[in-house]
Design a protein around this ligand. Structure first.
Ligand SMILES: [Zn+2]
Length: 418
């Protein structure tokens, strides 16, 4: 997510909130996933691969490959998830056509609640509609999801307000041609999508393998980075941030990335996509983990102004896909230029963007989305001016790395945390 980050005089981070009492003992992860009502799909019209899902997944994540699903009115039929025990979260992976956007259109939990809703809230301000990029119902759901170009990875639950309950979940995936200035409403696209559902068990702690990809920005290479104090300071901040969530960051691997990606040119006006996706597609690493790319800078024009230098980092997805390499969404990119020589600053940006990749939204969005603030859907990131800024996921966070207990639970539910 874009971080147009003015220098804020942040207070020192407070200690993380006390952890909640341990939950009741869960059974082992047991579930089934099927798509009995999907319209027929023409195999000759299968979407192209956007990255390869690993043949063998590490750890205890369950994989359900539903193959090609047809759509009618842009929607698959119900994907039925029967949870017997032990669910932490589902990650619904969707591959669509190259010029399409995909979205988790609806998710109904076992108690019948539409946690991802397909009905837009009434009297939504125009600024909020702009924030939602064509999918206001889904974005302003309790389990907030954004549409994603070509492929996407949708985490359910992504807030402790939604319980990962046993019982029958019903999910519907949407496939659309994105809106444009001339026709702002997305149009249904009735061509096949591929859907894979990953299921993770409940975790009270975990580890997060990190693959660093070094473009030579600031002279950093796979050979020099392990002993470079700037980069190691950044890794220390990342490790300390995620330790609050009982996530141990590591092992860390180092590999060189093509030097041509030291400067990443984003699509003007939106400051996303473009060469960001090209760079992320290069991310083959010898082992599976979260791919973190280190570049010098981004470039992006908004109107007549070049604003790239104000972008510290970008996540390829919210949430980002797990166990897939070579996808346009599989990774996080951070810019050494924005860090201005401070490894701590680089590490804070990286920890923030990794938070997006693992499923966290901003505690509060920028006021460019109107006077009515947009907050996250997490209860213990209190809607209070001081505490909401003193958080790793404040939209313009500079030096706070605080994570709350509820945010920590979301981070641990991403399948990459093992
Ligand atoms: Zn952000």
């Amino acid at each position: 997510m874009l971080r147009l980050a003015p220098l804020l005089a942040c207070a020192l981070p407070a200690l993380a909130a006390c952890p909640p009492p341990p939950p009741p003992v869960e059974g082992p992860l047991r579930l089934t996933v099927a798509a009995p009502s999907a319209p027929a799909a023409d195999p000759s019209d299968a979407p192209p691969a956007d990255g390869a899902l690993a043949a063998t997944l590490p750890g205890d994540v369950e994989v359900f490959d539903l193959g090609l699903l047809g759509t009618s009115g842009g929607l698959t039929g119900d994907i039925v998830v029967e949870v017997a025990s032990g669910l932490g979260a589902l990650q619904v992976r969707v591959w669509g056509q190259p010029d399409a956007v995909v979205v988790l259109w609806r998710a109904v939990s076992p108690d019948g609640a539409a946690v991802v809703d397909d009905t837009e809230p009434s009297s939504l301000p125009e600024t909020h509609r702009a924030f939602a990029q064509g999918f206001p119902a889904q974005v302003f759901s309790m389990n907030r999801v954004f549409a994603s170009p070509q492929s996407g990875a949708f985490l359910v639950p992504n807030t402790p307000r939604v319980s990962a309950a046993d019982g029958t979940w019903r999910l519907v995936v949407g496939h659309f041609t994105p809106g444009s200035e001339a026709a702002p409403t997305p149009a249904p696209l009735d061509r096949p999508v591929r859907v894979v559902v990953l299921a993770s068990p409940v975790r009270e702690q975990g580890s997060l393998p990190l693959n660093l990809h070094l473009t030579g920005a600031r002279g950093l290479t796979a050979a020099t980075a392990p002993d470079d104090s700037f980069l190691q300071d950044a890794l220390t901040v990342i490790r300390q941030s995620y330790a609050q969530a009982d996530i141990e960051v590591g092992p860390v691997s180092y590999q060189d990335a093509p030097v041509e990606w030291q400067v990443v040119d984003l699509v003007d006006d939106v400051c996303a996509g473009g060469e960001l996706f090209d760079l992320l597609r290069t991310g083959a690493a010898p082992s599976l983990g979260l791919d973190l790319f280190v570049v010098e800078a981004f470039t992006c024009r908004i109107g007549p102004s070049e604003v790239g230098a104000s972008i510290g980092g970008l996540a390829g997805g919210l949430s980002g896909p797990a166990f897939v390499q070579g996808s346009s969404h599989a990774g996080v990119v951070i810019a050494t230029g924005f860090a201005a020589g401070s490894g701590t600053r680089l590490g804070t940006v990286a920890a923030h963007e990794l938070g997006h990749f693992l499923g966290l939204y901003h505690t509060r969005e920028s006021s460019v989305f109107g006077a009515d603030p947009i907050f996250d859907e997490i209860d213990d990131t209190y809607e209070d001016a001081a505490s909401i800024r003193d958080n790793l996921m404040f939209f313009a966070v500079e030096d706070s790395t605080t994570l709350t207990a509820d945010q920590s639970a979301v981070l641990r539910s991403h399948p990459l945390v093992q």
